[in-house]
Structures are given as structure tokens and as C-alpha cells.
Design a protein around this ligand. Structure first.
Ligand SMILES: Nc1ncnc2c1ncn2[C@@H]1O[C@H](COP(=O)(O)OP(=O)(O)O)[C@@H](O)[C@H]1O
Ligand SMILES: [Mg+2]
Length: 232
């Protein structure tokens, strides 16, 4: 299957003053089309760091990151921003919708940033909102929507540019149990439409939605964790 993103011996250290924190030890993994990968592990283990490397938000201290066959180390900030905008959709725990804009306007934003006309942006945003079954709430402001509905709008905003890679950091952490299932179902469906979806979580209940699990502990990422590792 086609590889959308990969990290090769990529590690990340943060320097604060004279202390060095190794957030992620050298890690090698691939993310393929039509695959939902769960990145699971305790708080502070390096999950967000791994996701940020994949999202071209930070550079690795050592090693390589490749997105859609393009090596990202060595790119300038502007080129990096372009890679992000074209290939990657982000979904966050806190939805990050713009409060004064309705659902439709929120979803249109990434397209307007890409210089697409507002007429086309509107059509594509409506289509994205239909995909997450939010077509009836398009004109609502975020505050009129439940947490689960806001997250589905945020997913529509992430997918409206048709990215190859969807990166979700604790997307269900702020949701009630029923909305967790709805949001994960939406992400699962997306992962069958030619995208690679990576979901960071500390919630073991999400296992049922995963095609594959990467376990992160103490900055060390491993594939196919044992039950014991997962539940320790
Ligand atoms: N910008 C930063 N500066 C310094 N330390 C950081 C920074 N980001 C993360 N860390 C540290 O790196 C480790 C891993 O963090 P993170 O990847 O956010 O873990 P997780 O998402 O699994 O909770 C933690 O010890 C955290 O404190
Ligand atoms: Mg985190």
C-alpha cells in the first residue's frame, strides 16, 4: 500500500536552559493510505511530539521525515507551511473553531487561505460538511453546537483541502462517550477514502477503531504492543 508519511530514525530533543529533554527517541515508522493508526501511550510519553514531526510543525533533532515523497528537513519555513497546507489536515482536542464564524465559514477558511474563490470554497465546504453529516447545522455558530458536533465541523475543516494525511491529537478527549463513537466512526470512514489517519490518544477504548497501533512510552515508540504494555 502507498506510503503517505514516514519518519526514519527521527528523534526530538528540547533544550531549556542547560537541561535537555528527549521527547522522542529515534523512531522509524510509516503511515499508509487507507489506514487508521492509533498512537497510544501515557501523558508525557512523546505522542504529540511524534504527531508534530509528522505534521511538519517541528523539525526532528536527528533523522528524516518524509511527507508524500518529499523530504521535509531542509525546507524553508514557507515551503514547510505549503507542505502542511497542501497535504495535512489537523484535528485538535479543543476543536479550535473560530467563534464568530459559522460552521460553513470555519470550513471554508483553509480554502480561502489557499487562494480559492469564495464560490468554490463554499461548495467544497458544504460537501465536506455533508461527509461528516453536519449539513443541517452549516449556519450555526460553534457555541450553538455540542462538543461532538463541533469536532465533526473541525474534521470537515481538516478534510476540505483533501489532504493525504489527517493528524488528530486527542480528538475525543473532550467528548462524551456517545460523541466519541460518532467522531471515531467519521475518522474511520475517512481512512477508507484514500487517506492516512493518525489519532493520538490515551484512551484504550479507541483500540476497536484502529487498523494498527503504535505504542509510545518514555519517548520510545513501538509497533504491535503486547496487551501487557497497553494495559500496564
Ligand atoms: N516545547 C517543549 N519544550 C520542552 N519540553 C517539551 C516541549 N514539548 C514537549 N516537551 C516534553 O517532551 C515530553 C513529551 O511530550 P509530548 O510529546 O507532549 O507528550 P504526550 O503528547 O504524550 O503527552 C514531555 O516530557 C514534555 O514535557
Ligand atoms: Mg499530547
Amino acid at each position: 500500500m502507498e506510503i503517505v508519511a514516514s519518519v526514519t530514525n527521527a528523534s526530538k530533543q528540547y533544550k531549556t536552559g542547560d537541561t535537555v529533554i528527549t521527547a522522542l527517541q529515534p523512531t522509524t515508522c510509516e503511515f499508509k493510505k487507507n489506514e487508521l493508526t492509533l498512537i497510544i501511550g501515557p501523558s508525557g510519553s512523546g505522542k504529540t511530539t511524534l504527531l508534530s514531526l509528522l505534521g511538519c510543525v517541528i523539525f526532528p533533532t536527528r533523522g528524516e521525515v518524509t511527507i508524500c515523497n518529499q523530504r521535509i528537513d531542509g525546507l524553508k519555513q514557507k515551503e514547510l507551511a505549503n507542505v502542511r497546507l497542501k497535504n495535512i489536515g489537523f484535528v485538535f482536542q479543543s476543536f479550535n473553531l473560530l467563534a464568530p464564524l459559522n460552521a460553513l465559514e470555519n470550513v471554508m477558511q483553509p480554502l480561502l487561505l489557499l487562494g480559492i474563490s469564495s464560490k468554490e470554497a463554499k461548495q467544497r465546504a458544504e460537501e465536506a460538511l455533508r461527509k461528516v453529516n453536519m449539513e443541517n447545522r452549516m449556519l450555526n455558530l460553534p457555541k450553538m453546537l455540542s462538543g461532538g458536533q463541533q469536532q465533526r465541523v473541525a474534521i470537515a475543516r481538516a478534510l476540505v483541502t483533501n489532504p493525504s494525511l489527517m493528524l488528530c491529537d486527542e480528538p475525543t478527549a473532550a467528548l462524551d462517550i456517545k460523541s466519541v463513537a460518532v467522531v471515531m466512526e467519521e475518522l474511520k470512514v475517512l481512512s477508507t477514502t484514500g487517506k492516512s489517519v493518525a489519532v493520538v490518544t490515551h484512551d484504550l477504548r479507541l483500540k476497536q477503531f484502529a487498523d494498527r497501533i503504535i505504542y509510545v512510552n518514555n519517548g520510545v515508540a513501538s509497533e504491535n504492543p503486547t496487551e501487557e504494555e497497553l494495559f500496564h
